[in-house]
Ligand binder design. Structure first.
Ligand code: GLU
Length: 335
């Protein structure tokens, strides 16, 4: 029989016996020893971060917060911004216009692949760079000079505090992002990008350079889990329809060319970034974020993946797991 979510386990020698806070703490400790992987070196400034940093944060839709390790260390959001930008674009430009420019099919290709869907001549999905640059272009097309202030405003509403840009990372990527520049020009020739290439890339590089902590990201995830409303501040950041569409694309495409394995093992909508963050959303329950900057060959945080695997197993978080007790356990322990 599944353990009751409303009482601690009988056996206090297991993490479950100690409650939610120790599940998170033990996960951090079990995974911390894995120092495999490399820092993202292709954006020079990202290679300067402290590789040892490791933090986990979990926020429930009831507003409970549990964190462990370096959950307050800032890092750049990078590709995790793609999920929130897509959410915003759906609201601003409308679903039909967005879907006329970018698909919602997993590509199985690397995040920076220069590949479009051969049937539509559009990027496969908004979670790979080509699709994300298309989405930034749509926001720039709709809002002009107001585009970045709007992005920062909505991301901040989701995090529940005013976020800012890491100017050094922004400049570093703007100076070296030749591949993304190439992708943007190809998108223009394919008709997927209508806005000016420079304005689009400026928005894209800036949104990727927004500084967050694991606890910010967990609150942003809890905002998605709470159908667009920040559970701690009560402010509405995103529309309900856009959140549903965003979670669906995160589930199928959010982990680069590891998305299928992730859906199989962890089973929650998620998005990773080359800054070392991973955000997972347990719908109507939890935002979960990890930060550890060493990446595997696919660009996903090594310790982040391991931590999510442990938490999903321990708390039964998988979308199709009948024993899911994530937020119920958090509530039961009065956090
Ligand atoms: N700014 C990064 C790029 O476009 C984001 C990539 C990522 O996080 O996957 O290369």
């Amino acid at each position: 029989m599944a353990m009751s979510p409303h009482a601690p386990a009988e056996n206090p020698s297991t993490p479950s016996g100690y409650g939610f806070e120790l599940v998170v703490q033990h996960t951090l400790e079990r995974v911390r020893g894995d120092t495999s992987g490399e820092l993202a070196g292709y954006i020079p400034e990202l290679a300067r971060v402290d590789p040892e940093r490791f933090g986990i944060s979990v926020v429930s839709v009831e507003g409970e917060v549990v964190s462990a390790g370096d959950a307050e260390v800032p890092f750049t959001i990078q590709s995790i911004s793609k999920a929130f930008a897509f959410c915003l674009a759906l609201e601003i430009a409308g679903r039909d216009k967005v879907l006329s420019r970018v698909g919602v099919e997993p590509s199985g290709d690397a995040f920076n692949a220069i590949v479009f869907d051969p049937h539509t001549n559009r990027p496969f999905n908004p979670m790979v760079n080509a699709g994300a640059i298309t989405v930034s272009g749509l926001i720039a097309e709709e809002l002009g000079a107001d585009a970045f202030p709007m992005v920062l405003d909505r991301f901040s509403a989701a995090a529940g505090r005013s976020l800012s840009v890491d100017e050094a990372v922004y400049s570093s990527e703007a100076a070296t992002g030749h591949r993304n520049r190439g992708i943007a020009h190809l998108l223009t020739s394919a008709g997927a990008l209508v806005a000016d290439v420079d304005a689009t890339l400026d928005l894209y590089f800036r949104q990727c350079s927004i500084l967050v902590t694991a606890s910010d990201l967990a609150r942003m995830g809890a905002t998605l889990a709470n159908i667009g409303e920040n559970p701690l501040t009560g402010s509405a950041a995103f529309s309900v329809e856009a959140v549903r569409a965003t979670l669906a694309v995160m589930f199928t495409c959010g982990m680069y060319n590891f998305a299928g394995n992730w859906a199989f093992d962890v089973g929650v909508p998620a998005k990773s970034g080359v800054g070392g963050g991973i955000l997972g959303v347990v719908n109507r329950q939890l935002g979960i974020a990890t930060y550890s900057p060493r990446l595997d060959a696919k660009g996903n945080s090594v310790r982040g993946i391991a931590a999510f695997r442990e938490l999903a197993e321990e708390l039964g978080l998988h979308l199709f797991d009948p024993t899911n007790r994530g937020s119920a356990m958090l509530t039961a322990f009065g956090r």
